[in-house]
Design a protein around this ligand. Sequence first.
Ligand SMILES: Nc1nc2c(c(=O)[nH]1)N[C@H]1C(S)=C(S)[C@@H](COP(=O)(O)O)O[C@H]1N2
Ligand SMILES: [Mo]
Length: 364
Amino acid sequence: MTSLEQLQSSSPRIAAESEGIGIDELRLAGRNHALPLEALRYDVTPAGLHYLLIHYDIPYVEQESFRLRVEGSTSLELDLADLRARPRVTLPVTFECAGNGRARMAPRPVSQPWLDEAVGTGEWTGTPLAPLLREAGIPESGREVVFTGLDHGMEFGWEMDYARALPVEECLREEVLLAYEMNGSPLLPQHGAPLRLVVPGWYGMTQVKWLREIRVVDHVFDGFHNAHAYRLKQEATDVGEPVTRIAPRALMVPPGFPDFMSRTRVVDRGPQVLTGRAWSGWGPVERVEVSADGGSTWSPAELDPPVGRWAWRGWRWTWDAEPGTYELCVRAADAAGNEQPVDAAWNRQGMSGTSVQRVPVVVR
Ligand SMILES: Nc1nc2c(c(=O)[nH]1)N[C@H]1C(S)=C(S)[C@@H](COP(=O)(O)O)O[C@H]1N2
Ligand SMILES: [Mo]
């Protein structure tokens, strides 16, 4: 049993060298599922297949009594009908959890144990944030905007409503939305119903769900998820650089069929068209390369048009599969000059772990 005192004094733990995934990690993995890799085939991820990350509990929200508060120079209060009556925009946007890849890091930071698949593309419908902020008034002194959810919990001794801040200039980008629909239907409870923030290009923690308040502040917000979590640290006491936009990554639909336990793929000999997706929050993906020998040699893949400016693009590469055992890998690079590393740099909280996917294959 853990006392409240112990919860308050705990800090992120690093697993011992031979320590397997524990019950706490398994519990989080059960609540927060990843994208089944075969679902990379859909341009827009069907809602039930989109990955999920919920830090605390999914709040129970009654749509009729829901109100959004906007605090700028003045304060506004809007219900769902008010939000729906405003200009309506639909955008496909790829989300990825900043902790994607954490479970492959060595040593492993003990938290939500993502392998490679904490990603999905939703078609988000909502109203642009900027005009609403301007209506509330952005004071001269405004530096950041704090977005607060209806969910409440505790992490490493901090008790809070989930909250994340963004610099004012990011909030004024026209593609930043307050979304009330995903894939043409009202948001599901697990994806933030009735209202969430959508900030294209930024990692998942920015996409605040169950939004209840938007507040312009005249300082750099010091809440847990900005000041402590979502930072690249080597030591627990480091301040660390903030995690912001999505680093480039490519994934493949595993070819052939799987072995149940190991997920090793069984593939028939002959030409195999490998396909998958690639994305980056810094700029369009310009190059995808595939390796059939565990990353020793790389070949360029063909690229499909992006699903949208802020969404992933498909890629394909024909592999002439000869009998044997292989490890397939894929990597992406974007127009801003960022290249996905074969082995990503380690950090204390397991953020932005974009080491390449490795798919074991037996060709028969
Ligand atoms: N209010 C609130 N918003 C949240 C979270 C949360 O726990 N509470 N999780 C964040 C994280 S870490 C991610 S990766 C995305 C996941 O969005 P999804 O579950 O819709 O895929 O939501 C973000 N928004
Ligand atoms: Mo996340």
